[in-house]
Design a protein around this ligand. Sequence first.
Ligand code: 13P
Length: 252
Amino acid sequence: MRMLLIANWKMHYGPIKAGGWIRAFRRERLPKNIDIAVAVPHVSLAAARASLGRASIPALAAQDVFWGEDGPYTGEISASMLDEFGVQYCLVGHSERRSVMGETDDMVAKKAAALQKAGIVPVICVGETSAQYKKGETNKIIRQQTTAAIAKLDVDSKTPFVFAYEPVWSIGSGKACPAQKAKEVHDVIRGVIQKKMNENIAEKVLILYGGSIDVNNIAEYLTTTGINGALVGGASLDPRVFGLLCRTAMPS
Ligand code: 13P
């Protein structure tokens, strides 16, 4: 199974800086045995695409989508519009969207299904808050979020989906969830997929870890069974740091 590393810039880098990041990242020596993508703000997709030229690495990812087909949804962006840009992955249900923008499990499910229909790989983010973690509710919350998110996916689709376990308390806090603990949660996600979908999909689904990943801890996660890559925030903002992180993750 090929590992997947996704840079999530969040709300950083308009078109000018996005183009510069891509050009700098293309100068990095990158491992060939790993998939790499970068999730850029919608307004920067065109500049990122132009700076990529014919290069296919990193793959382009979006950070959000609306579930409707083209229509009267002012301000929103459809999966088919993302497809026109050659977007291969799109994040859905990031905890910042759930908490700041009020995104619900049902909205996440609709977005994931719309992406899958358009042939874009949804990267479904799940994670418990600090309060839920302290109350020992992690597995319950993850089971709920996972069950809801896959409810509208098509088991026969050729377009796979990816999960990212991002404990909210570890995002941007410098407190990464210990790899063994993350592995246990990944097993919960895989278990739900096996039960609600099927064994084959559960075996193949990539489950990434995200939350305070950096150059010093990435290798530990990627050598832990059941962790198939990482979703990286802060440590992806500098293209050279992210390049080093990719090399550290998977020496070629
Ligand atoms: P940090 O890597 O900055 O903790 O962010 C993680 C994240 O939210 C990626 O989507």
